[in-house]
Write a protein that binds this ligand. Structure first.
Ligand SMILES: Nc1ncnc2c1ncn2[C@@H]1O[C@H](COP(=O)(O)OP(=O)(O)OP(=O)(O)O)[C@@H](O)[C@H]1O
Ligand SMILES: [Mg+2]
Length: 141
């Protein structure tokens, strides 16, 4: 679908949240798209919908940030990862990625998932955001 505002981006985030189903491990959402496409903006909308109080900022330099969730039936923690600067999967191991993935109360949103294809769970949601020449954004999943 094609969107033109943050409000519409929030609607897409809401659609994603409605699709989430509890399972025995974390839900991983891989967010691809060029620089400035709106990946962080999308996670910010997810955070607002989940009742995250803290302001969500891009985790480019820290790689990973986690936020307590107050408004969801089973998601208790939102983890936001920016894999842009990850050079090899070992760095994700250092971050404890596998144990985060084992946590069934966690939603993990990953920007630049193409940097770490081998460690993404097979059942990850894949969402692509494309910034069009006319300034609109096309989101596919
Ligand atoms: N749907 C939207 N409508 C209007 N502006 C948007 C939308 N999505 C993102 N933006 C704006 O585009 C800019 C870049 O967005 P954002 O930082 O989310 O990109 P990104 O994909 O995370 O980039 P990076 O790869 O550098 O992390 C921000 O100023 C943001 O507010
Ligand atoms: Mg970003």
């Amino acid at each position: 679908m094609t969107i033109t505002s943050h409000a519409e981006l929030r609607n897409v985030a809401e659609m994603l949240l409605l699709k989430l189903q509890k399972k025995s491990s974390a839900i991983v959402c891989a967010l691809s798209g060029d620089l400035g496409a709106g990946k962080t903006a999308f996670v910010k909308e997810i955070g607002r919908l989940l009742g995250v109080q803290e302001e969500i900022t891009s985790p480019t330099f820290v790689i990973m940030k986690s936020y307590p969730v107050s408004q969801h039936s089973f998601v208790r923690t939102l983890t936001h990862i920016d894999a842009y600067r990850i050079e090899d999967a070992d760095e994700m191991r250092v971050l404890g990625f596998q144990s985060l993935c084992a946590d069934s109360t966690r939603l993990i949103c990953i920007e630049w998932p193409e940097r770490i294809p081998h460690i993404l769970p097979h059942d990850a949601f894949h969402i692509h955001i494309q910034l069009n020449l006319d300034g609109t954004r096309t989101i596919t999943w």
